[in-house]
Design a protein around this ligand. Structure first.
Ligand code: AMP
Ligand code: MG
Length: 941
């Protein structure tokens, strides 16, 4: 067949400069940033009917002939514009197998910069992809190219163009990660009306609303946004070239007041942004700053420019497709706005999941609907979710309705009846069976009551973990008292204050404590009773059945760090202890034969959970010997040789363990459950643990001592992002995120984590004298609906969190460890976690240096190195790590080498025992006491 190709009619040359030259420079930068993934525009079409490939090729050639820009040799794109290009690139037209992945145009060094690709699917079905590099085209160019191609094809194929059939619904073909919305004619009309009244455009209204939702998702006030603006002057509508620029728009919400006021401000800002001359940096709108977690860091609004293609004799459907590949996290495209309100929201780099995008669009629609109904509502009154949705979310988090369990004394008694010969506690010198434990505890209880009335009183137990402590603790509970465990090696001020507040009926020690300073102080200065558990004469009489404790009676008092330095006493009831022990036992599948490591320090309440979860389920409690406890190699071997099935530890120690397991391939044979507690769990650690410990179930257990624990997340799949979620409420609790006014935060919106439970509060243990700990954090929050359990109390944790759209909670750190460094927001824990990833860093802690104005001026990173390498060797790499994660922070950080990082018994960094960072930063030689610096490596920024 003869193909009639009309003579090319070149588009009159237009001086694209200076505008497009600047855009090209910017694009050149983008191109280099992402080698192999050139920034391109792509339009895909589904063509049904007889497609004439020769005609299509000829037509495309004609289009290329008309536009010198598309034939521009790649290496000249950022040079002066080339007015008459040479021949088109040989790969400008290609036919591929139908299952080939769509090709992008080549990069700026190789070309082609514009390409038409055909993917035959059947003889009568083709996918046609039109693509162009951002250096030579923009969205409107695509529209012009599609129109020209339509005309040229009709002529080349000798077919008079016919009116194409109306496009079919292509929703089913939406690309992954791209979510299309159609919010109907009512919302469309309302948006147009408001835009008209305010003298602005529909997309500005949408941008304002979108931006307000984004701002709620951030803790600070400023979401980087940019608008893709067309720079064509009148008469240039059909010009093909890089004529669209990104204009960053000031992204602060501030105190705009109402939606209308905010919309006006947004319109002004858009206008101002468009008047600024283009510059390369504008394309790089991705916020360079600390990781923010799930949500986007920069967003772009683009107005959709339809590019309908009509290939005569066929039916063409435009497929939704990635509009443009930009280094942004979110791209909002507003469709043609004649009838209904349509558009798409896409994460071009696929950094953000579909679930988030869908959830976000729901919030945008809710906010927009209310704002359009009443544009003069204060911004703070604009909801992100409707009442029904909010109620459902709050209800879904409410696990407070649980039956009241029997006290642990009774549960242990039942185990003794059912498995009398099972080992309850493994001892270094001898084991204790359930029968022995029950008998001896009862006798000890009787003896204790004979020494001093214990019922309703505290008994402080100062014994090492082992059969003796377990026996004595059970005895105290039998006698109607409640327990507090003390570190037998600690005699300092802290424990004295604690005993003064606790006023125990008895200080129970292991052996005769005559001459022991703390016991002497308690006896003489406090007039207290000190008894030695080891000196009790035990008879062999049958044990009496314990009288059950009331569920509301105290079972233990745990002391936790107060911000003032004075330990705060948390009193927990029998119901709280038994309920949590049973939940943990069920979760960790504890039963006779299971072996539970007792790893947590006795002064930290997880130890109580380990002990009572084991003993209420018939499992065996295996205390970790001191020489093994913090020694990763020995601990891994010990887990194996003791046949441990369940262990709890802090993530920082888990990191040591996984290092050993990876190195030696030594997976503890019977280990079935690993609980990570007490600290945020980095995604990297979770993923390593998953790899190294296949078959072991991994749990992230979150919660403060004030509620025993609060939420849990089982790590069942690779964890993307920075941190492992903390999951959902565990039974007996409702874990919510609330804003500064105590109102529920919608998904994605950060706030304070609040736990409502009958095991929370209502107050701390009163102190002996002076002002006690502030009980304000137990005050109820009247802005929340009632819980299923009418007896639930409330505790504000001081932790920051966020609920994801899938209902899982995320932990975002504490307000008090968040710092701003030269305007840069930083989470110290995050900096720490980043440094800890260096293979030579064994442990580290980061402290802020605060200047007299209370502003953080620099950071000091205390680093314990693994091998005996010079810190100066590692510092450049650490700076590199910091730079990558936190940008300008790196040159404001000093590094100090310590032999070890001081940690408290719970395994958390003991900041009080770190050298004073001010002394370190000023004078490396005079750093503080506990962790003595070995070397200092400083660099001032
Ligand atoms: P504590 O009362 O000693 O158990 O400390 C409770 C605090 O430790 C919480 O308020 C959190 O700040 C932190 N925490 C405990 N568990 C986790 C966890 N799984 N992820 C992140 N932080 C945690
Ligand atoms: Mg705790």
């Amino acid at each position: 067949m003869t193909i009639h190709v009309p003579a090319p009619q070149p588009v009159p040359p237009i001086d694209l400069d200076p505008v497009s030259a600047e855009v090209r420079k910017a694009v050149r930068l983008l191109d280099r940033l992402r080698p192999g993934d050139p920034p391109a525009l792509r339009r895909s079409y589904w063509v049904s009917g007889p497609l004439d490939l020769d005609a299509l090729r000829a037509a495309w050639q004609l289009v290329l002939d008309r536009h010198a820009a598309l034939r521009t040799p790649p290496n000249t794109v950022d040079g002066p514009p080339v007015s008459s290009g040479g021949p088109a690139h040989p790969d400008s037209f290609a036919v591929h197998g139908h299952d080939a992945t769509p090709t992008a145009p080549g990069d700026l060094d190789t070309g082609p910069l514009a390409q038409l690709t055909v993917y035959p699917v059947t003889a009568r079905h083709h996918r046609v992809v039109l693509s162009a590099h951002l250096a030579v085209a923009d969205p409107r160019s695509m529209s012009a190219l599609a129109a020209e191609l339509s005309t040229a094809y009709g002529e080349a194929a000798g077919i008079t163009p016919v009116r194409a059939a109306p496009p079919r619904d292509a929703a089913a073909l939406v690309a992954a990660g791209e979510v299309a919305f159609d919010w109907g004619p009512d919302l469309g009309r309302a948006v147009r009306d408001l835009a008209l009244r305010e003298g602005t455009t529909v997309d500005t209204v949408l941008l304002a609303a979108c931006h307000l939702v984004l701002a709620r998702h951030r803790e600070d006030d400023g979401v980087p946004i940019a608008v893709a603006d067309d720079l064509r002057k009148p008469g240039q509508e059909r010009v093909v070239g890089p004529m669209t620029t990104l204009s960053p728009v000031d992204g602060r919400v501030g105190d705009a007041g109402t939606f209308r006021a905010y919309l006006r401000r947004m319109a002004r800002r858009r206008h101002a942004a468009r008047r600024r001359p283009p510059s390369p940096s504008r394309w790089l709108v991705r916020a360079d700053g600390p990781e923010h977690g799930g949500g986007p860091r920069a967003t772009v609004l683009a107005v959709a420019v339809p590019a309908p293609l009509r290939l005569a004799g066929t039916e063409v459907v435009a497929l939704p497709s990635q509009v443009l590949a930009l280094p942004v996290d979110l791209l909002l495209t507003v469709g043609p706005t004649s009838g209904t309100l349509t558009g798409t929201l896409v994460s071009p780099a696929d950094r953000i999941g579909r679930r988030w995008i869908e959830g976000f669009l729901g919030q945008l629609r809710t906010l927009l609907t209310v704002a359009l109904r009443d544009p003069d509502l204060p911004l703070t009154e604009l909801p992100l979710e409707d009442a029904a949705h909010r109620a459902a979310t709050i209800r879904a988090a409410d696990a407070t309705a649980v039956p009241t369990p029997r006290p642990v004394t009774e549960l242990i008694h039942r185990c003794q009846e059912r498995f009398p010969d099972a080992v309850a506690v493994r001892g270094e010198t001898g084991n204790l069976t359930y029968a022995e434990l029950a008998a001896e505890a009862s006798e000890l209880a009787a003896w204790l009551n004979a020494q001093a009335p214990v019922a309703g009183r505290a008994v402080a137990l100062r014994l090492p973990m082992g059969p003796a402590l377990v026996r004595a603790s059970l005895a105290v509970l039998h006698a109607g008292g409640h327990i507090t465990w003390l570190d037998p090696t600690d005699a300092g001020d802290r424990v004295q204050t604690l005993l003064a507040d606790l006023r125990p009926a008895i200080l129970l020690v292991g052996d005769d404590a005559t001459g022991e300073p703390l016991a002497e102080w308690f006896r003489i200065a406090r007039g207290g009773l000190v008894l030695a558990a080891g000196s009790v004469p035990l008879s062999s009489a049958a044990p009496p059945t314990p009288s059950p404790a009331a569920p509301t009676a105290a079972a233990y008092v745990a002391f936790t760090a107060g911000s003032t330095g004075r330990p705060k006493g948390v009193v927990q009831t029998h119901a709280a202890l038994a309920q949590f022990a049973l939940w943990l036992a069920r979760t960790a599948q504890l039963r006779p034969g299971a072996r539970v490591a007792q790893w947590a320090a006795v002064t930290h309440d997880p130890s109580l959970c380990e002990v009572f979860a084991a003993l209420t389920s018939g499992a065996t409690l295996v205390p970790v010997p001191q020489r093994v406890r913090v020694h990763p190699e020995r601990f891994v071997r010990w887990l194996d040789s003791e046949g441990i099935t369940m262990v709890q530890t802090v993530p920082s120690f888990a990191r040591e363990l996984v290092g050993v397991i990876e190195r030696d391939g030594s997976v503890p044979a019977r280990l079935a459950h690993l609980f990570l507690i007490g600290e945020a769990v980095a995604a990297g650690l979770a993923n390593r643990l998953r790899q190294a410990l296949t078959g072991v179930r991994l749990w992230n257990l979150y919660g403060p001592t004030e509620t025993v624990a609060a939420s849990v997340y089982e790590i069942v799949a690779p964890v993307p992002g920075e941190r492992v979620p903390i999951g959902r409420s565990i039974p007996g609790r409702q874990v919510l995120v609330v804003d500064g006014r105590g109102r529920h935060c919608p998904a994605g919106v950060p706030g304070e984590i609040v736990v409502r439970s009958r095991y929370a509060g209502p107050a701390y243990l009163p102190v002996e004298a002076g002002a006690g700990p502030d009980d304000a954090s137990f005050r109820p929050l009247p802005g929340l609906p009632a819980t299923a359990d009418p007896a639930a109390g409330c505790y504000r944790t001081g932790d920051l969190g966020r609920r994801r759209f899938d209902g899982e909670l995320e932990y975002l750190g504490r307000r008090d460890h968040q710092v701003k460094l030269a305007g840069h927001r930083l989470e110290l824990a995050a900096v720490q976690a980043g440094l800890a990833e260096h293979p030579l860093v064994a442990d580290c802690a980061v402290s802020p240096v605060t200047d007299p104005d209370g502003l953080v001026s620099r950071l000091v990173a205390f680093v314990a190195l693994r091998a005996d390498v010079e810190l100066s060797v590692v510092v450049p790499q650490l700076r590199g790590l910091l730079r990558r994660r936190h940008g300008p922070v790196s040159h404001r950080t000093s590094f100090v080498s310590l032999d070890r990082i001081p940690r408290n018994p719970a395994g958390k960094v003991d900041r009080a025992r770190l050298p004073d960072p001010r002394t370190v930063a000023d004078d490396p030689g005079r750093a503080g006491s506990a962790g003595r610096p070995r070397r200092t490596e400083d660099e001032h920024g």
